[in-house]
Design a protein around this ligand. Sequence first.
Ligand code: PLP
Length: 459
Amino acid sequence: MEKRSWAEPYRIKMVELLKMTTLQERKVAIKEAGLNTFLLKSEDVYIDLLTDSGVGAMSDRQWSGIMMGDEAYAGSRNFYHMRDTIQDYYSYKYTVPTHQGRGAENILSQIMIKDGDYVPGNMYFTTTRLHQELAGGHFVDIIIDEAHDADSEHPFKGNVDMDKLDKLVAKVGADKIPYVCIATCVNMAGGQPISMENLGEVKSWCNKHKILLVHDMTRVAENAYFIQQREKGYQDKTVKQIVYELCALTNAATMSSKKDAMVNIGGFLAMNDEALYEKSCELVVVYEGLHTYGGMAGRDMEALAIGIKESVQDNHMQARVGQVEYLGEQLLSEGVPIVKPIGGHAVFLNARTILPHIPQEQFPAQALAAALYVESGIRSMERGAVSAGRDHDTGKNFMPKLELVRLTIPRRVYTQAHMDVTAESVIRVMKNADKVKGLKFTYEPKMLRFFMGRFEEVS
Ligand SMILES: *Cc1c(COP(=O)(O)O)cnc(C)c1O
């Protein structure tokens, strides 16, 4: 097959110098961090692949936008620019700014969910599910089974299993389902897209049952790119057109603009329904700020509006996803077990296979992330049993099928050489995998425990 070049459609005009650390320094740092990469100091990290959230490089145009901030308390010019951009690019008529994605999730969950409701979604996301539960709801996973299989090469592992939706409605009734929440480019499944065809089926299903369809649109542009590459009939459409079409199938959306839209902070809740908008405005003033800024500064809303426009450019997405694929293919060629197909924002290492001697109760993915940091100063993140947490009702640990380490690629930040070093380091850790030990909690937070939990090695 002819190789598709993913070279960056930009050049670098400012650089940020990094501190290089020694093996001894890294051993001390990870111990102080309780073997949790979230608790490392950023200064002690060489290549930071913890997340793609809020860590993208803004363009010169976005930085110019920062200087154009209208910091009026009410009715900032930047809000209207952002609102109009969201309507033009994402189709939604009303926008409520929030400080980031979870601010939008909180407001939506509080308005829509009643005690004892069920909220189906194509795999859980940590903050999304927590807000649903805090509002009294139960999350129900309706993603296709292939999504839970790291080796399945299904091109649309973010798809919904319509049978699972039918079974749920038969069991609990449509009036117990306030909305269906569909993520594009499903994070926890490994950055895997949903097809336009499948989203269309979900839309018809929701129409039939008169249930709202909510879009977790954090990575909608990456999803659109995969549709362009993989789905019949979309080869000649632009990412921009596909993004609009995806959004237009849904009724409302929560957005963490720290991802696709390449800003350091920000998010929003958007919708077409006026009554939902009014209720959201009532709550946003309680939790976030006035409805024309939410938790955002005027300058950040301006940078976000510009970032949305840049995020849907075909050449941007080709380089963005191309870089992730470049890393993934290097690892595959060396026999490293990763989630396939390679995702849109990250490469996910299969910790079960790399560390078969560590039982899941001893958190192999957490141990692997710590080992990778010590080896090379590369920071990754656990996405396995630690992230999955405990069952809200029984208090038992969830034991997800996927026990992964995520190497998340920030947008427009690192070079091909950084990807080479990353691949070399992963391979070195894998060669010494038998030396990695299982872990146990020394401190376990009650909610979102992966952020601040601390661990020690099991002797
Ligand atoms: C990051 C993320 C969120 C939450 O957004 P924050 O800006 O981190 O609060 C919600 N859903 C998905 C799929 C995400 O990746």
